[in-house]
Design a protein around this ligand. Structure first.
Ligand SMILES: CC(C)(COP(=O)(O)OP(=O)(O)OC[C@H]1O[C@@H](n2cnc3c(N)ncnc32)[C@H](O[C@H]2O[C@H](COP(=O)(O)OP(=O)(O)OP(=O)(O)O)[C@@H](O)[C@H]2O)[C@@H]1O)[C@@H](O)C(=O)NCCC(=O)NCCS
Ligand SMILES: Nc1ncnc2[nH]cnc12
Length: 297
């Protein structure tokens, strides 16, 4: 006698979809970590303006988050008719994911902003299908819902920078429906590919398009308004010179990179939003998940 299978075909499909979205999220984080060159950030050349990070650590942190992203995506498809409950559920998974990240990184903040952004996006994608505008809009709606399980204050540097400088930070970006992802990174990725930039150049240009106008609390917390202005101005100059694929753009990129290095600052928020854009790009294009990421757990 065989035991009855407690799972319906719908359950199995939802689990498959959740794992697939989680693999996309991990792959997007790994692609972001390894993208080279990035100004002030960890890349294959080194730790940029950071003293405690490296690309293998960023990749290990990304891989450790697979299960959390899958749980969020599963919640997104299962709790489709009660957004308040869904918000509470993914808040709890997100806080657990932050603890998982800290355990994987030995206590270093590798991906807090990314858990927030990509977590909301995989949750939304599980219920909307591959339309990136709808995914970002639904993620924004979820981010605007209060979470009674969240502490009144995180006490993090980002929150303090938001109060001090009057900016929205990671929360504001999500609540607005990820305008820098949908309106800056993804269009630049498409434009750069269309004009024949190599894929890694297209991705660097997408990062610069985010940096050019983002109120990045990672920069503000470390170097104040001066650092933010240097990053925004430098990114605009590279893009105005034709982007990283051109000789003038590369020269401007060198100037930007040297300036951020001197100031010991890094655009960590823009890096998270690039990863968010790479996630949506993968979903939109129906990219096959590479076998290496499928086998990570
Ligand atoms: C909502 C939370 C993200 C908490 O936000 P809060 O502002 O309170 O905390 P921070 O962690 O300080 O800031 C958020 C991180 O988001 C990134 N970021 C910054 N600006 C923006 C922006 N404009 N738009 C989007 N994202 C932004 C940025 O992350 C990157 O920087 C980190 C590295 O910074 P670094 O200075 O090196 O490290 P620190 O440890 O801070 O300092 P040092 O000691 O090393 O000097 C790196 O992690 C990048 O990811 C900001 O840091 C969220 O945590 C929250 O409330 N979660 C609760 C769970 C939940 O509700 N989840 C919902 C489902 S997902
Ligand atoms: N590549 C990177 N370097 C530093 N901080 C980051 N946060 C997210 N990605 C990052």
């Amino acid at each position: 006698m065989t035991a009855a299978n407690p799972f319906t075909t719908r359950d199995v499909d939802a689990i498959d979809q959740a794992l697939h979205l989680a693999d996309h999220a991990v792959a997007a984080l790994v692609d972001e970590a390894m993208l080279t060159p990035k100004p002030g950030l960890v890349d294959l050349r080194g730790a940029g303006a950071h003293h405690d990070l490296s690309w293998p650590l960023m990749c290990a942190s990304a891989c450790a988050l697979r299960s959390a992203f899958a749980q969020m995506a599963l919640a997104g498809s299962r709790i489709a008719d009660d957004d308040d409950l869904l918000r509470r559920r993914i808040g709890a998974i997100g806080r657990d994911a932050e603890a998982t990240m800290m355990a994987a990184s030995g206590g270093i903040n590798t991906h807090r902003g990314a858990i927030w952004a990509l977590g909301l996006l995989v949750t939304a994608a599980a219920a909307t299908g591959p339309d990136v505008v709808r995914i970002a809009a639904r993620a924004g709606r979820l981010a605007r819902i209060g979470d009674p399980g969240a502490p009144a204050s995180t006490g993090h540097k980002g929150e303090r920078a938001c109060i001090e400088h009057g900016v929205g930070g990671a929360r504001g970006q999500a609540r607005a429906g990820f305008p820098h992802v949908v309106g800056h990174a993804l269009p630049m990725l498409k434009l750069a590919r269309a004009r024949g930039d190599a894929e890694h150049h297209a991705r660097v240009n997408a990062l610069l398009a985010v940096m050019a106008t983002l109120d990045d609390t990672c920069l503000l917390a470390r170097g104040g308004k001066k650092a933010l202005a240097a990053a925004q101005d430098g990114a605009r100059r590279v893009l105005a010179a034709g982007g990283i694929a051109t000789p003038n753009g590369r020269r401007a990129f060198g100037v930007l990179e040297a300036r951020l290095k001197r100031m010991h600052v890094s655009p960590g928020g823009a890096a998270d939003l690039l990863a968010a854009a790479l996630l949506l790009d993968r979903i939109e294009r129906g990219v096959a998940v590479p076998a290496t990421t499928m086998e990570l757990d």
